[in-house]
Design a protein around this ligand. Structure first.
Ligand code: HEM
Length: 228
């Protein structure tokens, strides 16, 4: 490995996660202490409901399934590896993961189109919201591309990414196999840390309170009161 690659790996896998963790912890504490009522994502459903549904519902179900698979690989790597020892089960898991990624991407693109094609939504979308959407797009797109071009992601996650991520939690980064990962996976991991750092400062902060009931609650009904 060249000297520059080593330097870049240290930035991606050591410096970036350290800065991201500090920014996330400071940001969460600050947001919770000073703006606890702002830990929500203001809904725009009352302005337009049809595309809102086709954007938000696929996106949230997709990302939820993809993140549950990530979490399983992180919490139970041994179990995931033995599940994948059987080719049928490996194909099944990878198909579910890729379908979840494609569902997420479809929802995200519908949401982006909804914002880009309406003057009202463009006016309501602040710079920080566009930045958040761009980071989520990079995360989901690189995830889907990894699932398509770098098989098999789920055993790789359990065997290589999990030991590395756990080493970060113990504040003793061990790059192991992740330094040898293809560029696409490196971008996916680096962007995840940037998302983590930006999370408490953005609308995405609502994810930490896990508002799952949104997925099955009845649509909100707004009644306007106007003077005669
Ligand atoms: C450092 C943390 C992360 C690592 C190491 C990681 C790793 C991976 C890997 C290896 C894949 C391919 C899985 C496969 O081929 O089956 C993948 C896919 C994906 N990732 Fe991540 N990921 C991380 C964080 C995230 C985050 C925070 C998101 C949130 C949006 C995300 C969203 C996705 C999606 C949507 C896919 C495509 C669906 C899938 O295959 O599961 N990832 N990720």
């Amino acid at each position: 490995m060249s000297g520059t690659t080593d330097g870049l790996d240290l930035i991606i896998f050591v410096a970036l996660p350290a800065v991201a963790m500090v920014l996330a912890i400071v940001g969460f504490i600050h947001r919770y202490r000073n703006h606890d009522y702002s830990i929500v994502s203001p809904s725009s459903q009352f302005l337009e409901a049809r595309r809102h549904f086709w954007a938000l519902v696929p996106f949230h179900y997709g990302v939820l399934i993809a993140l549950i698979i990530h979490l399983l690989a992180f919490l139970f790597p041994g179990l995931l590896l033995s599940w994948n020892a059987n080719p049928f089960r490996l194909y099944l898991l990878e198909t579910i993961a890729l379908s979840a990624g494609l569902l997420t991407l479809t929802g995200l693109c519908t949401g982006l189109a909804r914002r880009l094609t309406s003057v009202t939504f463009r006016r309501l979308t602040r710079g920080g919201d566009w930045l958040l959407l761009l980071l989520i797009l990079i995360q989901v797109l690189t995830g889907v591309l990894v699932a398509i071009f770098h098989r098999w992601g789920s055993p790789w996650f359990a065997a290589a990414a999990t030991p590395y991520l756990r080493s970060l939690l113990f504040l003793s980064p061990d790059l192991g196999f992740v330094a040898a990962a293809p560029l696409l996976i490196k971008i996916h991991i680096a962007n995840a840390f940037i998302l983590l750092a930006y999370l408490p400062y953005s609308k995405l902060v609502h994810a930490i309170v896990v508002p799952l009931f949104y997925l099955w609650r009845a649509p909100i009904t707004y009644r306007w009161r106007t003077r005669r």
